[in-house]
Design a binder for this molecule. Sequence first.
Ligand SMILES: [Zn+2]
Length: 343
Amino acid sequence: MNLPDRIAFTIPGTEFAVYWYAILITLGIIAAVVIAGLCAKIRRMPKDTAIDLCLAAVPLGLIFARLYYVLFELESFTTFADIINVRSGGLAIPGGIIGGFLGVCIYSLIKKKRVMGYADIIAPGLALAQAIGRWGNFFNQEAYGVAVTNPKLLFFPFAVRIENCALDGCECTVAQHGHLATFFYESMFCLIIFAVLMFLTVRKKMKHNGDIFLVYALLYSLGRGVIEGFRTDSLMLGEHIRVTQLLCAVIFVTVVLIIVIRAILEKRAGHVLCAMDYDEYYIPDDSKNVEEVTAEEDLEHSDSDDDEDETEFFEDVEDGDGVHTDSEIENEDSTVTDTDSQD
Ligand SMILES: [Zn+2]
């Protein structure tokens, strides 16, 4: 097993090193915004929704990811400069998700729309971002699990070798052993969550506003809770309780309770509560200001290429090979039939 280098490259002419971790987190955020844009389209949200949500969620997410880490490692931080120096490492995903969610809440208050619809379009991209970002731990040689001493099991992706193992008296430093590649397990698990959520979103399988996010919370808390148990670097509450495991348990139970209580209330009420509404976030054309509409009309009349595009667009839809294309999603009629057939 070769050992990775945490530095991707150094900016020429300077000593400023760019870490793989930073590159992967950035790639994760970009992927999350692209996926959120796709999901927003399916939910008929305005074009800029994904970018707006990114601007609302990412800064708060990063701040809370750091706060969560610092709060449970207080003894390692003496000055404020230490706390804000993220380059020394220490961002915690659960804190990031809490902060990001707070940002989304603020956005929904400004827009006066239900927050869970926004959470729905973010969840799949978030899972993908986590799958990508976790590889930062591979390059940093961190977030690994307990020591693996059986030489037959010393292969990647089951185990990884760690150069400067942080554990006192760990066997791996003595005998070239490795550790469980917990970062890899979590990355793969997040990829599966991403695939499940995309399937549910594209096929419009969910009945309730917020269901996609609830599925994300349920699956991630379950997977992370289990994988956390194999890690050696968990933030601890007292001597025995892993903070993240406790949080995962609370989230898992809460989501199950929400689903059960909602089902009971629905049975009593005789109809779906918090129903999914694909028109909820849609802003009809007549709300645009008059100048904008006139400008668009002018374009339509003057540009003959536009007409050609439209013809192609309808041909695409009629071809209907069973694969969901962007144009299929855009086409109102086909979406309506889609939903009907699945009820
Ligand atoms: Zn070790």
